[in-house]
Design a protein around this ligand. Structure first.
Ligand code: CTP
Length: 419
């Protein structure tokens, strides 16, 4: 059931968490002083109505966003403000984990499809019109003229209720093809459908080749969010159905096996949080699994991944067969350790997901939960005490001791040194 059904004005406390409400009251005070209208906008308004937590506080001022932000900083006693004169935007950093993005309301238009937009001052209506979907084009007025009023020129509330993703005009995807991915992302996340005309506009944009003009580094940002979301499979199906995968690389085949791998990944939440791994990265690795080195590099470059990143994952992906062989024949802890020690955790989990054999999975889990956490008992100083002289063999000796430590039960320094 959606919030805001009756005028939020009468019940803003029931909808906006108290911490946020206190902040908004201070924003209101600043707006009163400056005589400017001010609004909470974008994703947070959508999520407040859906009753979903959202920490991105985006504020639009009908006036000078930068001056507004500077006054707000003083009023809040905030840590600092970062300003961007060129875009007339500012970030007020209240604390490290509490930031407010402030912008001046603006009108944007495109001189030709996919060009950078021309930006001018506009009113809140213009500012909402430049946005992607009706559900993202609502605002909540937070000045004293109308504190708590929902501003909804384009039927966003109705679309939230009807679970529809709707663009505001027919050129939306053409002007900014990244919105194609965003449409899938929001549809998947909330379990919404693409509204009929929106779907036609989207398909036309793809047929007319606008995916080819897309900015892949921007798509990467959207995919990172989509791939981190809970309702991932639905999003993957959209990307497959609308040929986004093929556009990333023609050899990506989103087949049953890949789908299963994604589903397996969804069951590994515990493991992922244990090793603090980014889920989106694993999804990337899963969809790229069949690519040869050359194609892999093309894709990584397309998305502007750093050279360091490419080196690390290229190596891991291409080494999978060898690592598997080593794991198959590993029968001691130290063998498992040697097989996995230099491999990034993402690749290790990728192997876990892609492999059917219980025995391999157990070895990998043993490494992740136990072996990778063990610290060597014998250290350099112990060898020195034993009268050994530092040298090239020193490091190798320490390694041998460590491997022994992994293989014996209840290891102690004495036990290991005796061996
Ligand atoms: N926006 C847009 N077109 C884009 C990107 C963003 O119109 N290509 C607008 C939307 O109004 C969106 C707002 O900018 O609500 C903020 O963008 P972003 O933070 O990417 O999206 P959110 O809606 O906040 O989504 P999420 O909750 O996933 O962060």
């Amino acid at each position: 059931k959606l919030k805001f059904e009756s005028e939020i004005k009468n019940n803003i406390e029931g909808v906006v968490p108290s911490e946020l409400l206190n902040l908004l009251k201070i924003v209101e005070a600043v707006s009163k002083k400056r005589g400017e209208r001010v609004f909470l906008v974008g994703g947070i308004v959508r999520d407040l109505i859906l009753g979903i937590n959202n920490k991105d506080i985006d504020i639009v001022v009908e006036g000078d966003g930068i001056k507004f932000a500077l006054e707000l900083k003083d009023m809040l006693g905030a840590k600092k403000v970062k300003t961007h004169e060129k875009f007339k935007t500012a970030v007020v950093v209240v604390q490290d984990d509490l930031k407010l993005d402030i912008a001046s309301s603006r009108l944007e238009y495109y001189e030709y499809p996919t060009s950078l937009p021309v930006v001018e001052y506009g009113n809140i209506r213009d500012d909402m019109y430049r946005r992607d979907f009706s559900i993202n084009a609502m605002a909540l007025e937070i000045d004293s003229y109308n504190f708590g009023k929902l501003i909804d020129f384009y039927g966003g509330y109705e679309d939230l209720a009807a679970k529809k993703i709707r663009v505001l005009h027919n050129l939306s995807f053409v002007e900014d093809p990244t919105r194609i991915i965003r449409a899938f992302r929001f549809a998947a996340r909330y379990g919404f459908e693409l509204e009929k005309d929106t779907e036609i506009f989207l398909k036309n944009a793809i047929t007319d080749g606008f995916l080819k003009k897309i900015s892949w580094p921007r798509v990467k940002q959207e995919l990172e969010i989509l791939f981190s979301d809970k309702n991932l499979t639905r999003g993957m199906e959209y990307l497959n159905e609308y040929k986004v995968f093929v556009e990333i690389n023609p050899n990506i085949k989103y087949d049953l096996e890949m789908k299963k791998n994604i589903e397996r990944l969804e069951t590994l939440e515990d493991l992922l949080s244990f090793v603090k791994i980014k889920k989106w990265l694993l999804v990337f690795l899963i969809i790229l699994e069949n690519l040869k080195k050359k194609e892999l590099d093309l894709v990584f470059n397309k998305f502007n991944f750093s050279n360091k990143f490419i080196e690390k994952y290229d190596y891991g992906i291409l080494m999978r067969e060898k690592i598997l062989d080593q794991l198959e024949s590993a029968d001691k802890n130290s063998d498992i350790y040697k097989a996995l020690n230099n491999i990034s955790m993402e690749i290790i989990i990728l192997i876990h997901i892609q492999n059917r054999k219980k025995e391999i999975k157990l070895k990998i889990e043993n490494y992740i939960y136990n072996l990778s956490k063990i610290k060597p008992l014998i250290r350099g100083e112990d060898l020195l005490k034993n009268g050994e002289l530092p040298g090239i063999e020193f490091k190798e000796k320490l390694r041998v001791y460590f491997m022994k430590q992994l293989d014996i039960e209840n290891p102690t320094k004495e036990k290991i040194l005796k061996m």
